[in-house]
Design a protein around this ligand. Structure first.
Ligand code: C2E
Ligand code: CA
Ligand code: CA
Length: 553
């Protein structure tokens, strides 16, 4: 076998067994350990490309070895990793069941050292020879490599061209979903095939693949011909000859790749470049991962890596933006908005770090931190005998979907001792509201006693249909709608939106109200609540606390 160590995963609930097997194999292999089936699956999902073999115990609490085998068998990708079952019984039907479930071999307990080593080595070797053949290499529609196959072949390509400069490019269709819904599946398939053909022609000396959906990836050793003009020309041609009009193609490049990185990471960088284009392709339909893109990426990475420390140092603080009754102009409630205050005295705004944490899942923890802080503060005011206006908190989509969030939030509020009407939850309006899962989750939040506010209404692909679907108590008109006030049709749009919300028994909150004129119009249109700089910007705790004192005076 080659110079690098292969990796083996042991899934066994007995620490003792794991230790024995590890000591047997550790000289020749990198050994990963999982104490139960769930953990084993998580590791396998993340690292199936590196793992050469799984040693699986059959009898485990939670997920048994059989269940583990069943899950793996269903996944084309995971099933490429051979599994050897370790069993202590010699029942024949047990072996048969395991074989049917895709195990490749057995090892009887107690182990004989020589047998464990011998079987493991053999299977790993056989697998090396046939590995890339065991799963689907090519995409059925375009005939190009699949993403998984690309990861393998791109690696070979880099090894073969180790001394040369290597670039990687990803192409993406703008708003492909729209193409799909306007032209239907057959036409969009034709578009995908068209791009695949053009891409193959343009990239003769590299490895290319369908990266999924409407995306393609190519890795190549660029010659002097392959400069910006070449790429512009490629994009032009794809667009002009496309089977539909107005196709918009964008490309992200990662040039002179760092060959020590994994292919996935290289692709991530090219994807970052694509995403950074952000709807603005009039000038250039492509960009490269470097300069601003990689700087932003590095800053994002920095956010991620300092999250834990920031939590420990209590650097996430809650600011409060008051909301006022449109008619009486009295304080009625507030919104909790998080700020990051590192020790250097700076203040980082949520617009910078929330999207990063939404991407990597840390938002689930941050949302909970904010929620706890708000509950604790409200409880304190209540204990001091004060009148307290409700303070809404923002719950990101990731948090909502996260297992057990509804129960957890109910429990936290109960434990701290805050009645739920003091903490409405703001959820961002989106097309996803149509999903059954969201409907169920929002119903459960309501049942738990929380009020729900539809955030950012009118900002994205919102639809009035959202009003019909979910049990919201209030809708927040996004600043972009409020900014329409005074434009032709703008007031009308607001008028009907507000009327419809009222018809559905929802209160209406206008966000980002900055001027007296906006306020007057909103009053006339019977908007209920006003939030915005005209009355007050978000306030640090001490300032809001003074506002609460005045409110109680
Ligand atoms: P959002 O929920 O739409 O919050 C309103 C944003 O508009 C706030 O920005 C607020 O400062 C700003 N704003 C309020 N009035 C005005 C105005 O009159 N003019 C202008 N130009 N802006 C106004 P902020 O505090 O920077 O928060 C940005 C976004 O970050 C929030 O948008 C929300 O989506 C997210 N966010 C903040 N805190 C949290 C949190 O704890 N959890 C989650 N998941 N998201 C949060
Ligand atoms: Ca909000
Ligand atoms: Ca908003």
């Amino acid at each position: 076998m080659g110079a690098t160590k292969r990796t083996i995963l042991i899934v066994d609930d007995s620490k003792f067994n794991r230790a024995i097997v590890r000591s047997l194999l550790k000289d020749e292999y990198d050994v990963l350990e999982a104490g139960d089936g769930d953990e084993g699956l998580a590791i396998l999902k993340e690292k199936y490309r590196e793992i050469s073999l799984v040693l699986l115990d059959l009898i485990m609490p939670k997920m048994t070895g059989y269940e583990f085998l069943e899950v793996v068998k269903k996944s084309k990708k995971l099933a490429t990793v051979p599994i050897v079952v370790m069993t202590s019984s010699d029942k024949e039907n047990e072996e048969e069941t395991c074989l049917q479930l895709g195990a490749v071999d057995f090892i009887q307990k107690p182990y004989s050292n020589a047998i464990v080593k011998g079987r493991v080595n053999n299977i790993v070797r056989i697998r090396e020879v046939s590995s890339t053949l065991t799963y689907v290499e090519t995409d059925a529609l375009t005939g190009l490599y699949t993403k998984e196959a690309f990861f393998y072949h791109a690696k070979q390509f880099i090894e073969a061209n180790n001394t040369k400069k290597i670039d990687l490019v990803i192409t993406d269709v703008e708003n492909f979903k729209l193409v799909n819904s306007i032209y239907g599946e057959t036409k969009s398939d034709a578009v995908v095939c068209h791009i695949a053909r053009a891409f193959s022609c343009a990239m003769e000396n590299g490895v290319i693949a369908r990266y999924g959906g409407d995306k393609f990836v190519g890795i190549y050793t660029p010659d002097e011909r392959m400069n910006d003009d070449w790429l512009r020309c490629f994009i032009d041609n794809v667009t002009k000859l496309a089977p539909i009009p107005n196709l918009v193609i964008k490309c992200g490049l990662y040039t002179n790749v760092d060959k020590t990185l994994s292919i996935e990471t290289m692709c991530d960088r090219a994807m970052l470049a694509v995403r950074s284009l952000n709807g603005n392709y009039d000038t250039e339909p492509f960009t490269t991962y470097d300069g601003p893109v990689s700087q932003k990426h590095m800053r994002d990475k920095q956010f991620e890596s300092s999250f834990q420390e920031a939590v420990e140092n209590d650097e996430f603080v809650v600011w409060y933006q008051p909301k006022y009754d449109a008619f009486t102009e009295e304080l009625v409630s507030a919104e909790a908005l998080v700020r990051w205050q590192p020790k250097d005295g700076s203040i980082i705004s949520p617009g910078e770090f929330i999207p990063v944490f939404e991407e990597d899942g840390l938002i689930v923890r941050l949302d909970e931190i904010v929620f706890r802080k708000v509950c604790t503060q409200i409880k304190k005011w209540l204990d001091e005998g004060k009148k307290v206006p409700p303070v809404s908190i923002n719950l990101s989509r990731a948090s909502l979907y996260h297992d057990g969030t509804v129960e957890k939030y109910g429990k936290i509020a109960d434990e701290i001792g805050v009645p739920k009407q003091y903490i409405p939850i703001e959820l961002t309006e989106s097309a996803a509201f149509k999903s059954l899962q969201i409907q169920e989750l929002t119903n459960r939040l309501k049942e738990a006693g929380f009020q729900l506010h539809m955030d950012d209404f009118g900002s994205g692909e919102s639809s009035l249909a959202s009003f019909n679907i979910l049990p919201f108590d209030a809708v927040k008109l996004d600043k972009s709608l409020v900014d329409f006030i005074g434009d032709p049709g703008g007031d009308e749009l607001l008028k009907y939106t507000i009327a419809l919300a009222h018809f559905k028994d929802m209160k209406v909150v206008a966000e980002g109200v900055e001027t007296k004129a906006q306020l007057e119009t909103l009053k006339k249109l019977e908007c209920d609540t006003i939030q915005g700089y005209y009355f007050a910007a978000p306030k640090p705790f001490e300032e809001y606390s003074r506002i609460i004192d005045e409110y109680n005076a």
